[in-house]
Write a protein that binds this ligand. Sequence first.
Ligand code: NAD
Length: 320
Amino acid sequence: MINILANDGISESAIELLREKGFNVTNEHINQDSLAESINKNNYEVILVRSATKIRKELIDKCPSIKLIGRGGVGMDNIDVEYAIDKGIKVINTPKASSLSVAELVFAHLFGMVRSLYDSNRKMPMDGEKDFKKLKKSYSSGKELFGKTIGIIGFGRIGQEVARIAIALGMKVLAHDKTISEANITIKFYDDSKKTFTIETDPINTVLEQSDFITLHIPKIDDKPVISAKEIKLMKTGAGIINTSRGGLIDEDILMFSLEKKKLAYAALDVFSNEPTPSIHLLMQENISLTPHIGAATREAQERVGIELAEKIIKFYNKK
Ligand code: NAD
């Protein structure tokens, strides 16, 4: 029997699908320090992770039983992929399963930003009873998203989902991508009708200069931030920026400075440089809408992730 360890959780339907095909699935979290020992003791051939568990070359070297590593999600920065492949281990991920969930989180932050919901939700429980009128006044210059321009940096899977929602909301879309020059964005309506828009990408400076909101959907290649002082300087005064991609893509110190100096009006972060212990200064900043890396964490996305992983494992072992 083939033993599978799902170390960062997997959906019940995926477990059921795998068990039906005769796999033995353990859905529990083993601490990073004890992982190699547990893999060897239980002869796990397949290890499934999300972003929490790290599969580095030391672990790969210690665990010769591993034949397949599965990442539920997109980013593979927690896995030494090339090393694993060199050792003959198959590495799979589920790149498409969570795109819509991440894109929807962008708009959760955006709608919250322009009406100061993040701040109102912090202050209403404490001060709403005694200072209702004062709070009402302080949140009285909200904005609508309709008609505003969103600048999407990274026009891959998630960037294009963001464009789809933005167009449906009546926003103008600008996009920049290192390799993609245009994309067809199809919006499906409730009555099954469709409309397709072709968006051509622009140089990054155009996108930074002309957008009311910038949202990042690029991978993290190295430690150098993609958005730093030079890029923020190009942005409109009073613009907002959202990072649901990877911590460190925006220089966090420069971001705080830009908010304090009111160059930027707001920011939203789902990802942080020093996860899982982000800077307290950043967390205490006014004008930042915060979530703890939950972009892909919807039931629907996790369901799709689990099923996609299960199907790929079944295919790998060629079980009819
Ligand atoms: P993707 O590969 O489909 O698209 C990324 C695009 O970025 C590509 O088209 C690529 O050409 C472009 N690109 C790369 N570097 C660039 C640069 N410096 N400037 C401009 N364009 C650049 O990836 P995706 O599925 O859309 O995912 C995007 C990001 O979202 C990834 O970093 C992923 O880790 C992150 N993500 C976060 C969460 C979350 O929970 N918050 C969940 C899923 C994915």
